[in-house]
Write a protein that binds this ligand. Structure first.
Ligand SMILES: Nc1nc2c(c(=O)[nH]1)N[C@H]1C(S)=C(S)[C@@H](COP(=O)(O)O)O[C@H]1N2
Ligand SMILES: [Mo]
Length: 428
């Protein structure tokens, strides 16, 4: 079942009183149902809650000054990170030579509130709910370490990665953290398969949705109203497919900022699915909603269904140069332009680069065997004809046939900016 079909089914179930949506505004759900044609459009319903201000409060302040970010524990050297509200963006000019996996100390951080410091000895992961036989189970970190362990090389990328280009390339104002392209990182995660964990906890065929929630502070919207713990339901099919409960990252225990003692890693999906600081996982026999698959992480706007798209799932195709924006390159020599491309759907098939603002495209040389859930490194040698300003462009196509377009379709929150990014450099 695809996500759209699944979403429609859930909406009908909600209407029939068969779904739960704790903490979700009733009006939001009515609006969704109206959009799906399940109920008549309620003419007097106000538009979606003002997530704009909420998102801005959570990290849209874009402090230009370097320095610590409140709530992030690890050091954030200015040569590696750009602080953005409660978040830290990875700088692409610091990427060269870092390898396929992003070192933990350089990995971007996206926090709704603040990194909690959790006592690992007393920590327990509680798995419960009506989709399980009996009372469920509790796992200590030692329990997780005793279960069969698996490695997973996967990207974690924020759905808002690239958001600032809606404004800078398309003149469209969107709220929220103004990421350039550094809201992403790649790591080798190690942990227990979520499917294994759920089966040990007594998974039944009646399970429908799995709701992991974090132990960080409850998230408050702009109106000061708590939306509860950061949480987002996953359909059982994905949960038992390739999701990992990770306790290690690149061979080290999971760092505090990245979810210690354990987090989910949901390959290919928007970063919000990869809940950090896991505290509990509810396995439900009915569909679940949270603010993170209703008000947030859907596409709203004139080009999207009224009431919003289905919840965002997979990341779009993107490419980045391992260069600063506005980098200065020496004249009269050959430059090896390096970069990376990735897609949430399929391995990268091809990368084309233009050094003249998009008139002539050349194929880049791929340096990795493209694989799903990872990025593919590439390069192209370029000898600039003359000093002056240039615009570099990189455009990837994945094996499912998705090629990066010239413009991204606007959506109110500025998610999924997948268009070709124009990268200015100066030769001279
Ligand atoms: N509990 C919890 N999990 C969370 C978040 C959060 O704020 N709290 N942020 C989410 C978002 S929006 C993203 S993009 C990723 C970022 O993971 P990272 O900080 O390890 O890079 O974590 C996700 N998991
Ligand atoms: Mo995110």
């Amino acid at each position: 079942m695809n996500e759209l079909t699944y979403d429609r089914l859930r909406r009908r179930q909600w209407l029939a009183g068969e779904a739960r949506a704790d903490g979700v505004d009733r009006r939001t759900l009515l609006r969704m149902l109206a959009a799906a044609g399940v109920v008549a459009a309620p003419a007097l319903l106000p538009p979606a809650r003002a997530v704009a201000a909420t998102a801005a409060a959570a990290g849209g302040t874009a402090a230009a000054a370097a320095g610590p970010v409140p709530g992030i524990v690890k050091p954030l050297p200015a040569e590696w990170f750009v602080p953005r509200g409660t978040n830290a963006e990875m700088r692409w000019d610091a990427v060269p030579g870092t390898g396929l996996h992003t070192p933990n100390e350089r990995f971007f951080v996206r926090n709704h509130t603040a990194t909690p410091l959790i006592d690992q000895a007393s920590w327990r992961l509680r798995v419960h709910g009506a989709g399980l036989r009996g009372d469920g189970a509790e796992f200590s970190l030692a329990d997780l370490h005793r279960l069969p362990s698996h490695r997973l090389s996967a990207l974690v990328e924020c759905a808002g990665n690239g958001r600032s280009f809606y404004a800078s390339q398309q003149g469209q104002t969107v709220p929220g953290t103004p990421w350039t392209l550094g809201g992403i990182g790649s790591a080798e995660w190690r942990g227990v398969r979520l499917g294994d964990l759920l089966r040990r906890a007594g998974l039944t065929h009646g399970a429908v949705d799995v709701m992991p929630s974090g132990l960080d502070a409850e998230y408050r919207g702009a109106d000061g109203v708590s939306l509860g713990r950061v949480r987002r339901p996953l359909p059982i099919g994905k949960a038992v497919d390739d999701v990992l409960v990770a306790y290690a990252m690149n061979g080290a225990p999971l760092p505090a900022d990245h979810g210690a003692p354990a987090r989910l890693v949901v390959p290919g999906w928007v970063g919000i699915a990869s809940i950090k600081w896991l505290g509990e996982i509810e396995v439900s026999d009915q569909p679940l909603y949270s603010p993170w698959n209703t008000d947030y992480y859907r596409l709203f706007g004139p080009d999207h269904p009224e009431g919003g798209s289905a919840p965002l799932i997979t990341q779009v195709v993107k490419s980045a140069f391992e260069l600063g924006r506005g980098a200065v390159l020496a004249p009269d020599r050959v430059h090896r332009l390096e970069g990376r491309s990735w897609s949430g759907t399929a391995p990268v098939r091809e990368v084309e680069v233009s050094t003249d603002g998009g008139q002539v495209w050349r194929r880049a040389r791929l340096h990795d065997v493209p694989r799903r859930h990872g990025w593919t490194r590439w390069s192209l040698d370029w000898r600039p004809a003359a000093p002056g300003p240039y615009e570099l462009l990189a455009r990837a196509t994945d094996r499912a046939g998705h090629r990066q377009p010239d413009t991204a379709v606007f959506n109110r929150e500025g998610y999924l900016f997948g268009a070709v990014v124009r990268h200015p450099v100066t030769v001279g």
